[in-house]
Design a protein around this ligand. Structure first.
Ligand code: AMP
Length: 213
């Protein structure tokens, strides 16, 4: 299965991608997680990307394409994968189409998750994440343990640098300007679906799984 989870930051793409990944045994490919890993390792890519990410700006398309190409040609992607946070610009969407043709991949299904901006801001300012395994917590709905150590992997639970109100507002602007237009591009094709994200995680999951089946 080849799936794009589409939507603004904070709509629950990562949470749903992890559930789909576990159920169907295909990898979740989150460009955000890959970039954060590079920043953590202080690799040349991480040094380029870190500052842009901290300010909620997009990392240049050519860097992202290289990252994606390398990732989806790995062996664990042979039976499919879930894209989370990619594509994010029209250029990335067009490059993905070209890559699909080149690698002879089948047509992607694209599932959009929609949540109003005010709720996104509320979710993201309260979001905490495990530095190590990227598990999500929320101070209101799913609080981390008082030790701030992740129950899944023992990693440190932190607040992302870009999860502050100012940077979230900028990330939403970037989403509406550069990423949202991709929706029209995908809507003109088959296999584009929208799910409302203002529901329990389980309900959203149920609806996504029904679309996948
Ligand atoms: P995310 O974890 O998906 O919210 O991404 C965090 C940050 O990583 C974004 O605000 C961008 O700075 C960068 N990023 C992630 N994915 C992409 C992408 N596909 N294109 C450009 N920048 C990206």
């Amino acid at each position: 299965m080849y799936l794009i989870l589409f939507g603004a930051p904070g709509v629950g793409k990562g949470t749903q991608a992890k559930l789909i990944s576990k159920h169907f045994n295909i990898p979740q490919i989150s460009t955000g997680d890959m970039l954060r890993e590079a920043v953590h390792l202080q690799s040349p890519l991480g040094k380029k990307a870190g500052e842009l990410m901290a300010h909620g700006k997009l990392v240049p398309d050519d860097i992202i394409l290289e990252l994606i190409r390398e990732r989806i040609t790995r062996q664990d992607c042979a039976d499919g994968f879930i894209l989370d946070g990619y594509p994010r610009t029209m250029i990335q969407a067009e490059e993905l189409d070209a890559l699909m043709i080149e690698l002879k991949l089948p047509v992607f299904r694209c599932i959009e998750i929609v949540v109003p901006d005010a709720e996104i801001i509320r979710r993201l300012v309260h979001r905490r994440v495990c530095e190590h395994c990227a598990s999500d917590y929320n101070l209101i709905t799913n609080p981390p343990p008082p030790s701030l150590l992740c129950p899944h992997c023992g990693g440190r639970i932190i607040q992302r640098k870009d999860d502050n109100e100012h940077t979230i507002a900028h990330r939403l602007e970037v989403y509406h300007e550069y990423t949202r237009p991709i929706k029209d591009y995908y809507m003109s094709r088959a296999h584009f679906y929208t799910v409302h994200g203002m529901q329990d995680i389980e309900k959203v999951q149920e609806q996504i799984f029904a679309l996948i089946h």
